[in-house]
Each structure stands twice: as C-alpha cells, then as structure tokens.
Design a protein around this ligand. Structure first.
Ligand code: NI
Length: 204
C-alpha cells in the first residue's frame, strides 16, 4: 500500500514536472517569437571627439567646428587616385555652394602618420579648396578617430620598402550638432554630391 502511494506520488510529480516544462516552453515561445518583441538594434554611432594637428601646426578638435556642418574624409597624400579625386570633386562642390557653404569645413584626416606631417599636408592641400583642413596625428590619435568613424585602412607593402594604403573611400557628412548625416560615395555624380551638401547645410 505504502509502495502504491509512493508510486502514485512519483507519477503525480512526473506529470506536474512535465506540465511545468511544457508551460515554460510555451512562455519561451511566446516571449521570443520572432517579431513579437524585436530586439532593439542600437543605432550605429559614427563620429565623435578628436584632437589632431592641422596643416598649420595648430591643434584642432571637434570643439573648433562645433555648431557648423562638416565633412570628413580619411586618406593619405601619397594616394594616386581616390584621395586627390575626392578632394578635387569636393573642392568643386564647395565652390558650387558659394557663400551658402562658407562655414562648411571638410576634414582630410591623414591615416599615414609616418609620412603625412603638417609640413607635407600644407603644400599638398594648396591645390584644393581652402575649406579643406588637413589633419595629422600620432598613430594613437589617428586610431581613435578611425575607430570613431568606423573607417577601414591598411598598409599594403610595395616594392623597395615602399607602401600604399587601402582605405574607406566615402566622405562622411556631419550635421551642425556633430551627428552623422550620411555619406558621399566615391564616384557619386557631382549633382548628387552637391545636393547632399546643400541638404547638409539646410539649403537643399
Ligand atoms: Ni586615397
């Protein structure tokens, strides 16, 4: 008799346990059903504080351009094509903005800390619009801003100990609040480029 009761108790516990497992499973299914409660993807933040050296030797940070929209481009002066093309096309676009764009700045951040000193950047940038500011820094300073803008770059060894650099070719557009507002892709038509800049400065 005692054995029967023990047996019944064991069965009851087993049934209850099974019910509990099923219940937990159902709750899990409802709670984590795809689309039922979408997991919020944190907005990818692009940009942030920086402190670098301008081509005139002065230190420059995001505070110096606060309250004004700006563009950011990462590159290096030895770049044979993407950098000079981008800087030339952006110069043309800045010119086309006229006085509407006189407060706009474009930062050309040189990732080649080894070769791109202010003394190299200064003459290099004379071929382009004066609103383009060349910025260089120590590898650590560059790394910080590269991370902030989620930029990719890598040194590619060439012949005779020389090297070139592969790098992100997009221009980042930042609004007056320092927030990421979009990009201009390499090779984007000049009218699209200009329209994006007009929108950035609120004249679109
Ligand atoms: Ni380049």
């Amino acid at each position: 008799m005692a054995d029967d009761r023990t047996q019944q108790l064991k069965i009851a516990i087993a049934v209850l346990s099974l019910c509990l497992v099923v219940l937990v499973g159902l709750i899990g299914l409802i709670a984590f059903r795809p689309g039922a409660s979408p997991v919020e993807t944190p907005a990818v933040s692009i940009g942030g504080p920086f402190e670098l050296t301008a081509q005139d030797g002065r230190r420059m940070s995001e505070r110096d351009i606060a309250g004004k929209p700006f563009a950011v481009f990462f590159g290096f002066t030895h770049c044979p094509d993407v950098c000079p093309t981008t800087l030339w096309e952006m110069s043309e676009a800045l010119k086309a903005l006229g006085t509407d764009g006189e407060d706009v700045r474009m930062l050309f951040i040189a990732v080649d800390s080894e070769r791109d000193t202010p003394e190299v950047l200064s003459p290099y940038l004379q071929s382009f619009d004066p609103r383009i500011v060349g910025l260089s820094g120590t590898p650590e300073e560059i790394e910080q801003v590269v991370k902030a803008y989620r930029v990719f770059w890598e040194k590619v060894p060439g012949t005779d100990g020389d090297y070139t650099i592969n790098h992100t070719a997009s221009v980042f557009l930042m609004d007056a609040g320092g927030r990421f507002a979009g990009t201009i892709s390499y090779g984007e038509p000049s009218n699209v480029r200009l329209e994006k800049l007009r929108q950035l400065i609120g004249k679109g």
